[in-house]
Ligand binder design. Structure first.
Ligand code: AMP
Length: 208
């Protein structure tokens, strides 16, 4: 299956994509994770991306498109993929369309995970991840076990200021993808409000 996940920051894309990709046995391609890995390695791209990420802004289209082009050329993509956080702008969506045509691949669906803005800030600011397992917790909604509390990480772009910029970037630059994919009859809307299991069940239903 070839899927795209779209939704505001904090909609639960990372968690739900991890669940779906293990269920569907397809690679989870998250451009945010790829940038965070580049930042950690201190590559030139990582240095460039970190500036934009910490300000809650988008990394330039050319950089992201080049990175995804390379990733979609890898072997494991043959069995399908789930793109999480890409495309995020119309030029990225157009580049993806061209790339998939070159590879003779067709998208199965674009999932829009919908969560209202007022819930998002609370969700993101309380978010913590476990670097050992990659598991994401929420201090209030999904509290971590106390014995791992010390090792949990708070993303540097999960502050309230950065979240507001990321939401603005979503509405200005990413939301235009909704009519773009609606016109292509590919968009499936899924309500992202509820427990993680409820949302997973809705997603499985939307894909069946
Ligand atoms: P995410 O983990 O998807 O929330 O992405 C974290 C940050 O990485 C975003 O706020 C952007 O700065 C950057 N980023 C991730 N994916 C993209 C993309 N497709 N286009 C531009 N910037 C991106």
């Amino acid at each position: 299956m070839r899927l795209i996940f779209v939704g505001p920051p904090g909609a639960g894309k990372g968690t739900q994509c991890a669940r779906l990709t293990s269920r569907l046995d397809i690679p989870h391609i998250s451009t945010g994770d790829m940038f965070r890995a580049a930042v950690k390695r201190g590559t030139p791209m990582g240095v460039l991306a970190k500036k934009a990420m910490d300000a809650g802004e988008l990394v330039g289209d050319d950089i992201v498109i080049g990175m995804v082009r390379e990733r979609l050329g890898e072997e494991d993509v043959q069995r399908g993929f789930l793109l999480d956080g890409f495309p995020r702008t119309i030029p990225q969506a157009e580049a993806l369309e061209q790339l998939l045509a070159e590879l003779s691949l067709k998208l199965d669906a674009v999932i829009l995970l919908e969560v209202p803005d007022d819930l998002i800030v609370e969700r993101i600011v309380g978010r913590r991840s476990d670097p050992e397992t990659g598991r994401i917790y929420h201090l209030k909604f999904d509290p971590p076990p106390p014995e791992i509390a010390d090792r949990l990480k708070h993303r540097s772009d999960d502050t309230e200021d950065a979240v507001r910029s990321r939401l603005k970037a979503y509405h200005d630059q990413t939301a235009p993808l909704i009519p773009f994919y609606e016109q292509r009859d590919a968009l499936r809307r899924v309500d992202g409000v509820g427990s993680m299991d409820e949302v997973t069940a809705r997603l499985v239903d939307a894909l069946s």
